[in-house]
Design a protein around this ligand. Structure first.
Ligand code: 2HG
Ligand code: ZN
Length: 475
């Protein structure tokens, strides 16, 4: 039986949970940074604790309503986008740090805590949470777990997965699960269920509490900005620096990315001469760091794999270097680019680039591209855009046409169609380039175990064979 559920009814039944359905706020919460979908969220709910989240899921189950867990909405694949009249569960009010345990180096917090707030809090305790990304000022911890966020320090510290010690969740069936939330380092008692939640994009359960591992603060970093005349030289640079240095970051960007960021942030060209590629390399400074830098630069310049270089002499300069890299995504946004977030085995990146670049340059396409990302862990953020942004639908259709060839190359090189941004809605049609039919079937079965009524984040990652795509009856 389908009944129409009004916001008033939701508000009354779930009191005291705040429920909002004013059109401008609905619009704002109905999507992430990707704005290419027609969104239609029914209402936004703002629970404050685990029990209230459980009440919402039980309510949704009873009235056949679909739910979207929503964090800082900084994602880039439509993973938190409402297109089926879903109810959005915002974690904005679940933003409290609950405890810090210095002996075990653990922090427990609610999922709505902003990543940067967590960084600042743990630093006050002389500890460090190493996951950091350009969106740190607005992304929420829960979202970084749901997408297994990577960021700029993956070469040294790995992805979010490595730092999640335990979780509390509410499944799509409305069950409360405590998944090693005490953060035990050793707990071999069967399947590590919390691992399944990490990277599941809100399709299995709603995270209501998080326990993260912390580590010691790194020493003051040394940062190097270099230019190179080819990606092969970037690779030589990566291999050479890795031999003498424990890298904290090894990022890259091309001249096209640099042009956009310089214009957006009003920055100067870092070197006298332009170059096809730039790298930003960071490691923990040691007493011999400066000497090491001089040796590296000397070797790189004389052997030709570095065209120019400069290193940071103080924190201000270091921040200036990072501006060239951290603001690229924001700078590109104004051109509404088509986004790729690819993982390519590192050594194959130059070959991959040589195969793929001509695809955009061919006469029928004439598209511009910006290549940047975390080359030290094989993650390339390829953004494609038109020289004069217009006819967005035709432009997207062009890119989608290219995808078959491009993703075939990704597969050929043993890469992945999504490195750190997830699948969401945007990459769903291409999942088969990275996951086999048997794997997808298994994931669908797992989803049904956690979420038997398919209430949670419908249509994200993959479609469920049994879903008839009926829209929510919430109005
Ligand atoms: C970054 O590394 C982010 O800057 C965003 O992951 C990448 O906008 C992008 O494509
Ligand atoms: Zn990134």
């Amino acid at each position: 039986m389908t009944i129409s559920i009004t916001t008033e009814f939701i508000r009354k039944t779930l009191y005291p949970i705040e429920v909002i359905d004013t059109p401008d706020i609905l619009k704002q919460y109905a999507h992430d940074t990707l704005s290419c979908y027609d969104t239609n969220a029914a209402a936004i709910l703002f629970p404050e604790n685990t029990e209230q989240v459980q009440n919402i899921v039980q309510f949704a189950k009873k009235h056949h309503l679909k739910l979207i867990p929503s964090g800082g909405r900084t994602g880039m694949t439509g993973g938190a986008t409402a297109i089926q009249h879903e109810l959005i569960i915002s974690m904005d009010k679940m933003n409290h740090i609950l405890s810090i345990n210095k002996t075990e180096r653990l922090i427990t917090c609610q999922p709505g805590v902003i990543l940067q707030t967590l960084h600042e809090y743990v630093e006050l305790h002389r500890l460090f949470y190493p996951i950091t990304l350009a969106a740190k000022g607005s992304c929420q911890i829960g979202g970084t777990i749901a997408t297994n966020a990577g960021g700029v320090h993956v070469v040294k510290y790995g992805n979010t997965r490595q730092w999640v010690a335990g979780l509390k969740i509410i499944t799509g069936n409305g069950d409360y699960l405590d998944l090693n939330s005490r953060g035990l380092m050793k707990n071999n008692t069967g399947y590590a269920l919390h691992e399944l939640i990490i990277g599941s994009e809100g399709t299995l359960g709603i995270i209501t509490e998080v326990t993260l591992r912390l580590t010691q603060l790194p020493k003051k970093p040394m940062t190097l900005l270099l230019s190179h005349d080819s990606l092969h030289h970037v690779m030589t640079c990566f291999n050479t620096t890795k031999q003498s240095i424990t890298l904290l970051a090894f990022e890259f960007f091309d001249q096209s990315s640099l042009n956009q960021v310089m214009q957006h942030q009003t920055l100067q060209q870092p070197f006298q001469n332009e170059a096809p590629f730039y790298t930003l390399i960071e490691w923990e400074a040691t007493p011999d760091s400066e000497e090491l830098v001089f040796q590296l630069l000397e070797k790189g310049l004389s052997e030709g794999w570095v065209s120019d270089g400069v290193f940071s002499q103080n924190e201000t300069q270091r921040e200036q270097f990072w501006q060239y890299r951290e603001h690229i995504s924001e700078a590109l946004r104004q051109d509404q680019p088509y986004k790729y977030d690819l993982s390519i085995p590192i050594a194959s990146i130059p070959d991959f680039y040589e195969q793929v670049m001509p695809l955009f340059q061919q006469d029928s396409m004439r598209l511009q591209s910006a290549w940047f990302g975390h080359i030290g862990d094989g993650n390339i953020h390829l953004n494609v855009f038109q020289s004069t942004p217009n006819m967005q639908t035709e432009f997207y259709a062009k890119c989608e046409k290219l995808n078959q060839t491009l993703f075939a190359y990704v597969k050929k090189y043993g890469g992945s169609i999504s490195a750190e941004h997830g699948i969401g809605l945007l990459k769903k049609p291409y999942l088969s380039f990275s996951r086999s039919a048997s794997e997808v079937k298994l994931m669908q079965q797992i989803k049904t175990i956690f979420d038997p009524y398919h209430l949670l984040n419908p249509g994200k990652i993959f479609d469920m064979p049994s879903d008839d795509h009926h829209q929510n009856s919430a109005v």
